[in-house]
Design a protein around this ligand. Sequence first.
Ligand SMILES: Nc1nc2c(ncn2[C@@H]2O[C@H](COP(=O)(O)OP(=O)(O)O)[C@@H](O)[C@H]2O)c(=O)[nH]1
Ligand SMILES: [Mg+2]
Length: 334
Amino acid sequence: MRHDPSADDLICRILAGERVPLARAISQVENEAPDAVAILDACFERSGRAFRVGITGPPGAGKSTLVTRLAQAWRRRGETVAIVAVDPTSPFSGGALLGDRVRMGELSGDEGVFIRSMATRGSMGGLAVHTAQACDVLDAAGFSRILIETVGVGQSELEVAQTADSTAVVLVPESGDTVQAMKAGLMEIGDLFVINKADREGAERAAFAVRSALELRPGGAAWAPPVLLTVASQGTGVEEVLERFEAHLEYLRGLGGLDRRRRQRLEQRLRDLLRGQLWEEFQARVPADAWREVLASLAARELTPHDAVASLFARFGAPTGGPYADVEEGSEGS
Ligand SMILES: Nc1nc2c(ncn2[C@@H]2O[C@H](COP(=O)(O)OP(=O)(O)O)[C@@H](O)[C@H]2O)c(=O)[nH]1
Ligand SMILES: [Mg+2]
């Protein structure tokens, strides 16, 4: 692999536990810098030890607050903790939200904690791939617990949550939240459910609604997702969440489910990466005016979307395989 020799130095320092090069490496990964591949290759080999925990849910549910409390609780047990906040919709990277500002304050100065936010989507497979890659770097750097906070709205955020070994869905008592959660696909991905802000009216009712919704979940797996109440702002119930995460990890390890889950994650990542790269490569072959032309024909209903694909492949090179493999040069007839 040809890369800047300073990448080797960076890798050594990351593996030695230095923080500044760690932050730099994650930026390289996020920006798809030339050295990113060398860094990722070195880290990938050394990853797989950290327990990756996803925290997802609607904006304002208290995810950042809960993540802070969980980090503190894990620190008390001697674990080292990395936090990856993934929220392209949040101004965190610009002006921190309250929960994030509090977190920065409460966790700052602890060498065993590392906090990082990711916002850019990039090209090579997007947010989920970047998150998984950042987690590999953190994993190689020796953190034993990695908390991935992501807002549970939108497909790409769900994909981020699914890069974790275990995921908690955080909701609030207000009626309607569970309905929204079901619509957003959150009920399917939770291994744990947390009704935060249990200091408010209706927490028990919300927990009941979640439990009812979970009964409809297909599969009937041996792990029944617990539904827990917390007041994250006061730390109430946080130990219980931590216990259940650890129990879920034990459960996954015990039945060999962890390996299977991680293999599925890697497969998904491979697909995302391939999709991203194929798209990048193909896109680079198509001149802007040709692209505009095809779009105009589509909009005028002169071409169907399938015709448009066939035409683009015919003119700019089709992948060798798949349904368009037999498309001939010039067959678009113009
Ligand atoms: N009443 C109450 N407020 C909370 C609780 N947990 C967090 N909050 C507040 O809810 C707001 C949003 O919290 P934050 O952690 O930033 O939510 P996020 O958007 O899901 O990350 C902040 O003002 C928190 O202080 C809780 O258990 N009870
Ligand atoms: Mg947050």
